[in-house]
Design a protein around this ligand. Structure first.
Ligand code: PMP
Ligand code: GLN
Length: 387
């Protein structure tokens, strides 16, 4: 293994899901729903397979039906107009979109700013691209009701140097559940324009916002031409195994990302693209029901974790809750998560893996709530009994 990758070991999600399987514990670690997405969307995939649509290499940028549906989705929800032919690219999940964007846009030695804690593939992809990651840490702030993690805009401004090439953003934010508000996004946009930065913004949880609203960074003045926006059917339609994601951006940026994508996977799985094209055209009632269902799940798990003695941070978006374990009398999230299956029959993720400043992240532990209500109630009961 080369030096760029050696520090990353095995992704925490694989490690913790294996632990869940081994111990039979309830897996609230890796973020995947335990209920598949809409039946009609599954049927659409079956039909595509059966009718022989997409069983051979689909077009490199993605099938036209899906690119058109992605553009229509951005237009309908955010009034962002993208040309399906030149400004949309289908990828093998958001994961490939992130990798291809970084490989295409970062020169060796460029600095890439990422919000810390960051989704684990960010660090690895920045490294594979030969970039230098510059983390800007989100920190807990006491708010109305519960605390949440916030971005310090001054710290972000101070992190930009002459070598900064790109800002890698994520809102709604995994693992903290923070949703950047308009004021924060406007300040980020101003900074990007002023310092001539590219922005890759991971918005895979765009439909899971419970408090506030999701505002794409690309809607801010001067941003459309410098922003690569990433979405995921895995997250939006609960088909994480399908690995269909996408990029929307100005033509030059899409061309760049595509240049990398063509040599990573060449194309993304065909029949699923037909199904996702239909899914994106589902009526608003689907998206609303999905969000409200997740909101109810969030509330069940937040209540259980609070009763078990955790400090629970407010999840404004995503399907994760970040907690602080210090009220339980411990402060090492790694040790806590390794012992948790044995102690309580539950698996969670230590947020420290998402930090360069491991000490900052040490006491935080993430729980996923994209699970059936009965499963969340059982997990809560186990945690209440254990602590
Ligand atoms: N970005 C974030 C913030 C995520 O949480 C995930 C996890 N699924 C991804 C990207 C990857 O998405 P996909 O499964 O579409 O590759
Ligand atoms: N995005 C999901 C999470 O944060 C899992 C993705 C993965 O396993 N790579 O838990």
């Amino acid at each position: 293994l080369n030096r760029r990758l050696a520090e990353f070991g095995t992704t925490i999600f694989a490690e913790m899901s294996a632990l869940a399987v081994r111990t039979g514990a309830i897996n609230l670690g890796q973020g995947f729903p335990d209920t598949d997405g809409p039946e009609e969307v599954r049927e659409a995939a079956v039909r595509a397979l059966r009718d022989g649509r997409g069983n051979q290499y689909p077009p490199g940028p993605g099938i036209p039906e899906l690119r058109t549906a992605i553009a229509a989705h951005q237009e309908r929800r955010y009034a962002l107009a993208y040309d399906p032919d030149t400004e949309v690219l289908v990828t093998a999940g958001a994961t490939e979109a992130i990798a291809a964007a970084l490989l295409a846009l970062v020169e060796p030695g460029d600095e890439v700013i990422a919000l810390e804690p960051y989704y684990d593939s960010y660090a690895a992809c920045i490294a594979m691209a030969g970039g230098t990651r510059v983390p800007v840490t989100l920190r807990p702030h006491v708010g109305e009701g519960a605390s949440s993690f916030r971005l310090d805009l001054d710290e972000l401004r101070a992190a930009v140097t002459d070598r900064t090439r790109l800002l890698l953003l994520n809102t709604p934010h995994n693992p903290t559940g923070t949703v950047l508000n308009r004021t924060e996004l406007a300040a980020i946009a101003e900074l990007a324009v002023e310092r001539d930065l590219l922005v890759v913004t991971d918005e895979v949880y765009e439909h899971l916002v419970f408090d506030g609203e999701h505002v794409p960074l690309a809607t801010f003045p001067g941003m459309r031409e410098r922003t690569v926006t990433i979405g995921s059917a895995g997250k939006t339609f609960s088909f994480t195994g399908w690995k269909v994601g996408w990029v929307t951006a100005a033509p030059a940026l899409v061309t760049a990302v595509r240049s990398a994508k063509q040599f990573l996977t060449y194309v993304s799985a065909g029949p699923f693209q037909y199904a996702v094209a239909e899914a994106l055209a589902l009526p608003d009632t689907y998206f609303t029901a999905f969000r409200e269902d997740m909101r109810a799940k969030r509330d069940v798990l937040a209540k259980g974790l609070t009763e078990a003695g955790f400090e629970v941070f407010r999840t404004a978006g995503t399907y994760f809750i970040t907690t602080d374990i210090r009220p339980l009398g411990v402060s090492d999230g790694f040790a806590f998560c390794r012992a948790l299956p044995e102690r309580a029959g539950v698996v969670a993720i230590p947020n420290a893996v998402f930090y360069d400043h491991r000490d900052e992240g040490a006491p935080f532990v993430r729980f996923a709530f994209c699970k059936q209500t009965g499963v969340l109630e059982e997990a809560a009961e186990r945690l209440r009994s254990a602590f």
